[in-house]
Write a protein of this length. Structure first.
Lengths: 602, 221
């Protein structure tokens, strides 16, 4: 039976068909749907949201050592967090198959960098597969488990946005349980205890395994050759193959399903069949460098193909054709049109908080989440964003550098899920090292940006079962924070007062946003706390001062038109509140100095 | 139930005999490129899912690609949808769009260069202001329809999906109204095939509304 599936859904399906028993992940675009699908559709697999990617890999590897087929999935930067267990698991190997799915994001559609995950495979000396479409996602996951068990190695499967988030037909098959029996064996300790004497043994094993994998790559059925032109052959993989095959059907192709290690004999054979070889790959010259290192001449590679952002059919065509490429006619210059950047939702609890921080003139060390959008105009109230959890350590470091000059001017903001992912350690550091920085937890009761995944602070598991909920206040206390305050971010005045006081204190402060769930999180009934369903403009009073536009609410817009208020103030226009978008959060009404924003009815 | 089984063999040859050669959009294994654009929350994803179901069931290879992640937060949303005998790239080549289905006027204009000179365009007459326009810092383009007509003449269709859906009792069905109108571009697919796909993707309680929305949209062109 054929079904249309997203790449991520096909990965979930592949895991199920492969007999996977344990799957763990931390959400991250474009990988999040993998675990969600598993949790929703495949009860035979134990599925969990781990607090971060390192934990996810550790959970999966523990299950693998116990003999179960297991999988961890994450976005590319998640691999940085998971690198610690991953690099050594490459030595210990596994018992049940262990597959780590890592989803890259060329062109950074929703990420903080553009790193090329293929480098991890070479770095850790483990095999990596790279599917091109949904059918391959499913097939490659299944064969990845076979490779993992056959060669006693974790296997990486790399996708990217256009594979993970593209849909194409997939042939469904049944689940097959793994033949490996479950169980732990104490006698296997030397394989799993990575102390130097054991490491040296495993180190040698890793090299021997790599040699075996190299020969395997030459017979790997998803490394395929398609001979058309004898003139030009293309070595490529994944979605880059699809783009190139689309625009240059006349060329010959060596499509690599396994991008590490490379199939040396196949490459030699391909070079015999075609005169010139072009390497087409996204991001780093990974294949190109390796092919050149084998002593081959690469006719074209990164000299023409961009090494940044994503590829596309026209980019591949234009790069390889050069001046012969005829671009389509420009009818309208897109740069003349107003852009439509993502914005915080109407009624979002982050908006009043960042408005308050802006009014306080604070330098805000930010973190990863929806609230990163506060850096955009008109708010422009977030001034740094590096990686999950970085805000707290950075604010601490800045305060240590600035000393007294920093007092009252610096804070860190971090979402609930991000805090639990990577913020607890840094907060411990602030207290331990006698810091005085202020940390604000923007608790919206869910992992927001990636589409509402549960985490240890939501009270629910990945399958929606009720569970323990982290209490941020108790956690802060246990870490040694003495000054812990709770705020209602929708009260701008109170928020400003509390944040100002805490930033001025010469001790670590923790501020927790309370009763501020994500406006899209229905189960938390986010709209119930608002006294009115909607606010409207009283045109008799609106002076057109544009103060309310400073919060960047999608419901509020400017309407040009000279006029006058009832009490005789001239104006150049008024604002307008779109009732279909407004949810009645009252934030704009708090800002209006002329009482021109008043409760209305839907 | 019994009736059905007896009916079928009789119906088939009759149907074949009357069948006139329908002009297919898809010829000789050529891949057809459909580009959808809109704003997060407008339901473009359901619309593209309907397309994917319909053309997969009609026996084609299909590929669909969209960027997720920030769609809920008011950003622009685009979907590349392709069908044909064998589809390689999940992305349409710039300038190769056969059909543009846009849920919002500005988001139609943004992709005008993507459409082939012979392409067909269906635009939903709705304006959703982006932040810069809300702030009074940029102008919303007022000439979208005229611009498209200048380049594409009679191949431009504009309907008000929201209005049609509101008259049906739920403005949320505007996306299916648009799919209804869009379905006219594909004479080789029957109304039943479209409705089957819509029903397959929606909860039963939404069937009635959306089937009506589809029918209204199909009539609107």
């Amino acid at each position: 039976m054929k079904e249309i599936m997203q790449g991520n859904s096909a990965i979930a399906r592949g895991a199920w068909e492969a007999g996977v028993k344990v799957a763990a992940a931390y959400p991250g675009t474009p990988s999040s749907e993998i675990l969600r699908e598993i949790a929703e559709k495949y009860p035979e697999i134990y599925a969990e949201w781990a607090p971060n990617e390192k934990v996810a890999v550790e959970v999966a590897s523990g299950a693998a050592i116990a003999g179960a087929r297991s999988m961890a999935s994450m976005k590319h930067v998640g691999m940085n967090v998971a690198a610690d267990p991953f690099m050594t698991l490459a030595y210990t190997g596994i018992k049940g198959g262990l597959v780590i799915v890592v989803a890259d994001d060329p062109n950074v559609h929703s990420s903080q960098n553009e790193q090329d995950s293929r480098n991890w495979a070479r770095f850790a000396k483990v095999p990596m597969l790279e599917p091109a479409d949904a059918q391959e996602c499913k097939d490659f996951i299944k064969i990845a488990f076979e490779i993992s068990e056959q060669f006693d190695t974790p296997v990486l499967v790399r996708t990217e946005t256009r594979v993970a988030h593209s849909d194409s037909p997939v042939v469904l098959e049944e689940r097959k349980e793994s033949p490996i029996p479950l169980g732990l064996d104490r006698k296997e300790a030397p394989k799993y205890v990575m102390v130097p004497i054991n490491v040296r043994v495993r180190r040698k094993f890793v090299e021997e395994r790599m040699k075996k994998l190299e020969s395997y790559a030459d017979t790997f059925k998803y490394n395929t050759m398609e001979i058309n032109s004898r003139e030009i052959g293309v070595i490529t993989s994944g979605v880059s193959y699809l783009y190139t095959r689309e625009v240059f059907p006349q060329y010959s192709y060596l499509k690599l399903g396994m991008v590490w290690p490379l199939p040396k004999k196949m490459i030699a054979n391909f070079y015999k069949k075609v005169k010139k070889v072009i390497v087409v790959e996204e991001l780093d010259p990974f294949l190109e460098t390796e092919i050149k290192a084998l002593g081959y001449k690469v006719f074209h590679g990164k000299d023409l193909i961009p090494n940044m952002y994503e590829l596309s059919p026209e980019i591949v065509e234009q790069s390889l054709k050069g001046k012969a490429y005829k671009p389509p006619k420009i009818r309208v210059k897109p740069e003349d049109l107003p852009r439509r950047p993502p914005n915080m939702c109407a009624g979002c609890s982050h908006r009043p908080l960042f408005y308050a921080l802006k009014k306080l003139g604070a330098f805000v060390f930010g973190d990863i989440g929806c609230y990163t959008l506060a850096t955009a105009p008109p708010l422009q109230a977030l001034h740094s964003c590096v990686c999950m959890g970085a805000s707290i350590g950075e604010a601490h470091g800045a305060m240590k550098a600035l000393g007294k000059d920093g007092m009252g001017k610096v804070c860190a903001v971090i979402g609930d899920s991000t805090f639990l992912h990577g913020g607890v350690g840094p907060l411990m550091d602030v207290v331990y090292n006698k810091g005085n920085s202020t940390t604000i937890i923007l608790d919206n009761r869910i992992t927001g940006m990636t589409g509402h995944q549960e985490h240890p602070g939501t009270g629910f598991t990945a399958r929606g079962e009720p569970t323990h909920m982290v209490d941020y206040e108790e956690l802060g206390k246990a870490l040694g924070v003495k000054s812990i305050r709770k705020i209602n971010p929708y009260n701008i005045q109170q928020t400003m007062e509390v944040v100002k006081e805490e930033m001025e204190k010469d001790e670590p402060s923790l501020i927790i946003c309370e009763n501020s769930p994500c406006i899209m999180l229905r189960r938390a009934k986010p709209l119930e706390k608002f006294a009115h369903p909607v606010y409207v403009i009283n045109k008799e009073k609106c002076r057109g001062c544009k103060m309310c536009l400073e919060i960047g609410c999608p419901a509020i817009s400017w309407e040009e038109g000279e006029g006058m208020t009832v009490d005789g103030h001239k104006r150049k226009g008024t604002v307008f509140i779109n009732k279909d978008i407004c949810v009645g959060c009252e934030v704009c009404a708090q800002i209006c100095k002329f009482d021109a924003i008043v409760p209305g009815t839907k | 139930m019994k009736k059905k089984t007896t009916k079928k063999p009789i119906k088939k040859p009759v149907k074949k005999a009357i069948k006139k050669p329908v002009k297919k959009v898809q010829e000789d294994g050529r891949v057809v490129n459909i580009f959808l654009s809109g704003v997060g929350g407008q339901g473009t994803i359901l619309a593209s899912n309907i397309l994917a179901e319909v053309f997969l069931k009609a026996g084609y290879d299909v590929k669909k690609s969209e960027v997720h992640g920030m769609a809920q937060r008011g950003g622009d949303v685009t979907t590349h949808f392709r069908f044909g005998k064998k589809v390689y790239s999940p992305l349409i080549k710039y300038g190769d769009v056969d059909f543009l289905l846009s849920f919002e006027l500005l988001e139609a204009m943004r992709y005008i260069n993507w459409v082939k000179p012979t392409g067909k365009i269906l635009i939903n007459k709705q304006e959703i202001y982006p932040p810069a326009v809300n702030l009074g810092m940029a102008q919303y383009p007022g000439d979208v329809e005229e611009t498209f007509k200048k380049f594409f003449k009679d191949n431009v269709y504009v309907i008000n999906g929201q209005e049609i859906a509101r008259n049906l009792g739920n403005v949320q069905a505007a996306n299916v109204v648009l799919i209804g109108a869009f379905s006219n571009f594909f004479p080789e697919v029957t109304e039943e095939q479209w409705i089957e796909a819509i029903k397959g993707l929606l909860a039963p309680k939404l069937h009635d509304l959306n089937v009506r929305a589809f029918a209204e949209g199909r009539r609107a062109l």
